[in-house]
Ligand binder design. Structure first.
Ligand code: C2E
Ligand code: CA
Ligand code: CA
Ligand code: CA
Length: 273
């Protein structure tokens, strides 16, 4: 038994060494990713559930490394946060997504709202809101059309610098969305003290035939916040969310994330009910 335990321990050691090597490789590759044009953004429509109209999109980051591997953001974003590279990457995303939003406004979709994911590490930088303000000014893009998505996590509630950034962003006039709502911090009292405008229900609570989804939607209404549901994959789920008066949604039922060239800014999706 002692021998087996030792072998298990060695196997574990080997596995964590492999993981560590991969991380180190990705960190060194990420270093050149912007200069080498390895990043791109894909866009997924945000749909008004009442009538199926496309009201905006969420920008999602994609990376193809020099080994021609597509690495998912769920893998490389935490690594970039740990290494500090998230700041440069996040700035690149901000600039690109704002430029795309401007292009779609110029093409006639002046209502189009662009949702951009922002890491709490970016919010810690006290110049973050000013940087966004500068981009908006340079593009003459109205602040209301930018939706900043921040994942619910304890760092934001506790870091004064993050909270300060949220208030600056709110003053600037951008919309603030609390992403992955329901998966993180369980105390709700902070919600009243932070300037969030919209709750985004995590896809783990779909297909919405559950108490958590309906409770979050009801709570959002109670707090005068709009609610977006992510991960809508079926008509049944769409119908359920409509019945619960959830205002907005996104998911593979409507459209998977696509490059800007394939995105239809005027698409009206089939209304479920
Ligand atoms: P998220 O912000 O919660 O984004 C939603 C994820 O759900 C996306 O995964 C999206 O492609 C996926 N999704 C959309 N519709 C469906 C559906 O109907 N079913 C299912 N199962 N999934 C769906 P993705 O693109 O792999 O992104 C993963 C996470 O990486 C994001 O989660 C976000 O936290 C992070 N991320 C992506 N882009 C950025 C970025 O530019 N900056 C930062 N800081 N984080 C990003
Ligand atoms: Ca998001
Ligand atoms: Ca989510
Ligand atoms: Ca997330």
């Amino acid at each position: 038994a002692k021998e087996a335990g030792k072998n298990q321990y060695q196997a574990f050691d080997k596995l964590s060494a492999i993981k560590q090597n991969r991380k180190l490789k990705l960190v060194s590759q990420l270093h050149h990713a912007i200069a080498n044009n390895e990043f791109s953004l894909v866009y997924q429509p945000i749909v008004r559930l009442e009538d199926g109209v496309t009201v905006g999109s969420e920008a999602l980051l994609r990376w193809t490394n020099p080994d021609n591997e597509a690495i998912g953001p769920d893998e490389f974003i935490p690594i970039a946060e740990h290494s500090g590279q998230i700041i440069d990457i996040g700035n690149w995303v901000l600039q690109q997504a704002c430029e795309q939003c401007k292009a779609w406004h110029d093409a006639g979709a002046t209502h189009h709202a662009m949702a951009i994911n922002v890491s709490s590490h970016q919010l810690k930088d006290q110049h973050f809101a000013q940087r966004l303000a500068d981009i908006l000014a340079s593009l003459s893009l109205p602040a209301e059309c930018i939706h900043i998505e921040v994942t619910e996590n304890i760092a934001i509630m506790e870091e004064q610098a993050c909270v300060a950034s949220l208030y600056r962003l709110s003053e600037l006039g951008v919309q603030l969305l609390l992403d992955d709502f329901g998966t993180g911090y369980s105390c709700l009292s902070y919600l009243k003290n932070l300037p969030f405008d919209v709750l985004k229900i995590d896809k783990s609570f779909m297909p919405a035939n559950n108490t958590i989804a309906s409770t979050i939607i009801a709570m959002g209404h109670e707090l005068d916040m709009e609610v977006v549901a992510e991960g809508i994959e079926t008509d049944m789920c769409y119908a359920m969310l409509q019945k619960l008066n959830c205002q907005y949604g996104q998911g593979y039922l409507f459209q998977k994330p696509v490059p800007a060239s394939e995105f239809d800014i005027y698409k009206q999706y089939k209304c479920s009910v």
